[in-house]
Design a protein around this ligand. Sequence first.
Ligand SMILES: C[S@@+](CC[C@H](N)C(=O)[O-])C[C@H]1O[C@@H](n2cnc3c(N)ncnc32)[C@H](O)[C@@H]1O
Length: 324
Amino acid sequence: MKQLSIERLSRYLSQRAPIRELFTEYSFPTSYEEQLQLVPHLETIANHNGYYLRMFLKKYLEQVELHAGGDIDDSLYDIMASVIAAKELDPTEYDYLTYPIVSNEMIRMRENPRIISGANTTGFRTWEAAICLSLILKSDSVWNTYSDSSVTVVELGSGTGLVSLLLLQRHKKSPFLKDIYITDGSVELVENFKSTLTLNGFDPHDKNLHLQQLLWGDNIENSTATYRNTDVLVGADITYDSSVLPCLIEELKYFFTNSIQQYPQAIIGATVRNEETIVAWECHLNENFAGKWSVSRPDLNDDEFLGDIYIKNKTWPINIYFIG
Ligand SMILES: C[S@@+](CC[C@H](N)C(=O)[O-])C[C@H]1O[C@@H](n2cnc3c(N)ncnc32)[C@H](O)[C@@H]1O
């Protein structure tokens, strides 16, 4: 079993890595000094998701009691007492997670994994394909084709918006964006994203930042002007069901026929949950973009690629499609 450092453990906890998976895959640091280092991280989690913390502490305390030889910091018990009655978040409550896509630079997210059917969208949690696509898009090599400060990007089906936030974070460090359009079919998600921007120190009213509802293949007329100047279309986990593929393909075709930019391309992250859906997606690509697309599959066990990122459900590979 691999031993986790306190630093990495706290990063995994702040991404709400599933407790059972964590304790199956790793052994934990339990010395008195390490317990002290962990306490402030646990206190932060207690403010947002007492239930998750209770699940973690229950198992962690068992390990500490077994290995720390009586050297147990009382504050661990105090924190446990404060969350002992905590219940799972209900669909009206939000949790706050952090993703270190670029090491030491946190992206903060407001999520509720339990709102799915209620709001008729799966976009209130950040999906693994968005994490993986963000890890790809942080690299300079993706953007080398374009000259600085001139790239216009549209994100489709942005959900919680991790991919767009990574691009904004990257832009803050080294400007490369002209405009960014963060879109989703759900108005509620577009609204939710305003607070996520503020949470991350970005101004939702920035004139180069556009939040809008965009339903694939639906409001085609409205998107003409946007796509004219768009270089790159991005999207994560938007190929999740065969029924959504025809309108998504229409949207992609519309982008490629309307963009007047030199190197228009679409970069899509797709979780392979169901082989049939992926086969259907690749058939659509062959029918409409024959010879113009490629796919790569990042190694989800590569420590160098992931850094402090925890990927749940590694049994589902993630494909990254480059079209254009
Ligand atoms: C599985 S979620 C992925 C969200 C986000 N990209 C991520 O990976 O975390 C799919 C997203 O696509 C959006 N969506 C689904 N069908 C859509 C459509 N026809 N037009 C626009 N957005 C759509 C949903 O609202 C949801 O936010």
